[in-house]
Design a protein around this ligand. Structure first.
Ligand code: IMP
Ligand code: MG
Length: 189
């Protein structure tokens, strides 16, 4: 646990995506979703914990009626490529009545989301799409592509705007690169 303020900010190597850029892109995607789903029953499903901030902002950028739901899922990569996903919190809605959009923070290896999508498809939603704030395609081990990715980033470990390192940094309003090495720090916050 990080309790010292200098130590906390000292791990922020560089701000990759500032707050205004995130908000600008969210407004654009919110408008796109509002046009595409006009007149349709829409359910946004967020995968906790990482996507909670993105969910709060994207749902307010959507100007048509929609419902929201939350899921908690963890994937376990076994010796077989399929792996297994354990859902510890689930949505209550009957998915067969909704067009579903999964709202995710980041797609890294692709393991978690490919398994979650597989599970949700079994519940026959009217349609199913994935919107992710961040995409790290270089790290993919499972073939998975989001329908909408707001930002594509290189293979860096990132924190902030919901994303954590060891459960800290989720409350930063921007996306930053995390640094193991404090000598590398180049940012004033
Ligand atoms: P997956 O590897 O695509 O299954 O991603 C699993 C989860 O790992 C994501 O939903 C994030 O919670 C977490 N994760 C992946 N990359 C990062 C990162 O750079 N920073 C913080 N969390 C990450
Ligand atoms: Mg996550």
């Amino acid at each position: 646990m990080v309790v010292n303020k200098n130590e906390f900010f000292g791990k922020i190597k560089k701000i990759l995506i500032p707050e205004d850029q995130i908000q600008e892109k969210i407004a654009e995607v919110g408008k796109q979703i509002s046009e595409e789903y006009e007149g349709k029953p829409l359910l946004l499903i967020s995968i906790l914990n990482g996507a909670f901030v993105f969910m709060a902002d994207i749902c307010r950028a959507i100007s048509i009626p929609c419902e929201i739901g939350f899921m908690a899922a963890k994937s376990y990569a076994g010796t077989q490529s399929t792996g297994e996903v354990k859902i510890s919190l689930d949505v209550t809605q009957d998915l067969s009545q909704y067009h579903v959009i999964i709202v995710e923070d980041i797609i890294d290896t692709g393991r978690t989301l490919s398994l979650v999508v597989e599970k949700l498809k079994e519940r026959n939603p009217l349609s199913l799409k994935v919107v992710t704030l961040l995409d790290k395609p270089e790290r993919r081990v499972v073939d998975f592509k989001a329908d909408i990715a707001l930002f594509t980033i290189p293979d860096h470990f990132v924190i902030g705007y919901g994303l954590d390192f060891d459960e800290a940094y989720r409350n930063l309003p921007y996306i930053a690169e995390y640094s193991e090495d404090t000598d590398e720090v180049s940012v004033d916050v």
